[in-house]
Ligand binder design. Sequence first.
Ligand SMILES: Cc1cc2nc3c(=O)[nH]c(=O)nc-3n(C[C@H](O)[C@H](O)[C@H](O)COP(=O)(O)O)c2cc1C
Length: 213
Amino acid sequence: MKIIATIFGLAILAIAVFVIFVIETEKAQFKRNAEMVNYEPATTPGSKVLVVYFSRSNNTELMAMEIAKHYNAQLVRLNANKYRIGFRGWLNALRDAQTRHAVITPEKIDLSAYDTIFIGSPIWWYSPAPPVWQFVKNNDFAKKNIILFNTFNSQFKQEHIDEFITNIEAKDGLFIKHIYVKRERMSQQISTKTLLKKVHQQLISLPEIAPPK
Ligand SMILES: Cc1cc2nc3c(=O)[nH]c(=O)nc-3n(C[C@H](O)[C@H](O)[C@H](O)COP(=O)(O)O)c2cc1C
């Protein structure tokens, strides 16, 4: 009986240590990445490219920033307070990871000035995070080129990406490509410099984005 209680206690302790490690790592990334965001889009749209993204710990935000710099594009962050950084936001993210709805601001964006929309998020439970599904639900993409971009640690499932593409096409969008950066497991993640380099490599491999006919 004593042995079972000890094993149980150790298991609880191990889970607690793991959760604290994850939460503290996310907080550190959130702060470090936020300090690296150094892009101020022009106040009037100069390019026909828009970058819309959701990010919890700001890694996808760095990817979004690099894409926006490349195209001199406007940048819009989708806010979802339920998934803010910290323990409660993390629990909510875990619970909702594969749902297709979320409360986001802004809910809708006037896309009329743009030909191409990059939509980005982290991968949660093998799937793009709920805020970008909600964004697709709320907006119309008729005749827009769409590129999905993600950051993740180890793996996503193509079936979720295919579902995302189906949703874009149901809104008359023209899906161009899925681009992504794998950041590796939490204990051995790539540096920010490498992340940005990988984003750049993805961008130069994209087909030239021309206005859809
Ligand atoms: C709730 C939750 C679930 C996650 N699930 C996965 C997953 O299934 N596969 C994966 O590779 N990474 C997963 N991750 C890791 C994130 O995708 C990765 O850290 C991402 O780069 C975070 O982006 P952000 O900093 O923009 O929020 C998950 C993270 C969270 C918070």
